[in-house]
Write a protein that binds this ligand. Structure first.
Ligand code: KMH
Ligand code: ZN
Length: 275
């Protein structure tokens, strides 16, 4: 059944440098302003990576807690912390992200080449993340960078049970150099593989870099939801840097409306995800 569109904004990420991308929100004030403006435009979930005083990626526990509190106070967005962090972050720090008690956290379903780097996600680490989230009532967003990650998710749920609340939500992160390509054909293949997962599983999709528009259109036409933001896209069109996360959210909202699948409100998003 086709519903409205859940729009997630991923405003910062861990990969772009503030010096190269000045519009990237890196301070708490910048993040909060971005969150409020994106919520007003139609976003209902925020996928959060934070930075330190030098704008470098960090998983500092105090900052994570402060960020969750500020987003809860200033917005009604569903707060999803990244447990992926940066490719250099140790597993212990990535697990400790859950101590900041977000509504959701990402849980990447396997190792993937990540440009010239490797984004390492060992099976035992994935199981740890999944079971700790179950115990603490945090909803995972299962990040799928490659089709095999969906088979790993099926194995995870078979062996360790459903997430807290029972709803399964996945996010296809497409177009990472080393992962699945950001094409309509790949998204259709990924979406068909969801048939092996529990009934009611929902998915969103994001296309990194220039695959962003193809992936948005494919996701909207196959009943999927959207993730957009400067974590994934820093070029709006050929030769035009992204001006802000709001510009990307506004484009996603426009396409969702065109598809007659308008953005879900935060209340509707909470109902969909069981948060
Ligand atoms: N920064 C990437 C290495 C996630 O947030 O969970 C991992 C990532 C996925 O962004
Ligand atoms: Zn992320």
């Amino acid at each position: 059944m086709t519903t409205g569109t859940l729009i997630t904004v991923a405003p910062t990420g861990a990969e772009s440098a503030k010096a190269q991308v000045p519009a990237l929100p890196v301070t708490l004030d910048e993040l909060l302003l971005t969150a409020k403006e994106c919520e007003a435009l139609g976003a209902s979930v925020i996928h959060v990576h934070i930075r330190d005083d030098q704008a470098r990626p960090t998983l500092d526990q105090g900052r994570l807690r402060e960020t969750v509190a500020a987003l809860r106070e200033g917005t009604d967005l569903i707060v999803q912390l990244s447990s992926g962090g940066a490719v250099t972050d140790p597993e212990a720090d990535r697990l400790a992200v859950l101590d900041a008690a977000p509504d959701m956290a990402s849980c990447t379903m396997g190792t993937v080449n990540f440009g010239d780097d490797v984004f390492l996600n060992r099976w035992e680490f994935i199981v740890d993340l999944h079971t700790r989230m179950q115990e603490r009532g945090i909803l995972p967003e299962y990040e799928i960078f490659d089709l095999g990650h969906l088979a790993a998710l099926q194995r995870l749920l078979d062996r360790h049970g459903l997430p807290h609340g029972g709803h399964v939500h996945v996010d296809f992160v497409m177009g990472v150099p080393g992962g699945m390509p950001g094409t309509t054909a790949t998204l259709v293949a990924a979406q068909q593989m969801l048939r092996d997962l529990p009934a009611g599983t929902t998915f969103s999709a994001t296309g990194v870099g220039r695959s962003t528009i193809a992936v948005m259109l494919a996701a909207l036409s196959t009943g999927g939801h959207l993730r957009v933001g400067m974590e994934d896209t820093v070029t709006y069109a050929k030769g035009r840097p992204v001006e802000s996360n709001m510009q990307l959210v506004a484009r996603a909202v426009g396409l969702a409306q065109l598809a007659q699948r308008p953005p879900l409100t935060t209340t509707e998003a909470r109902q969909l995800l069981g948060r």
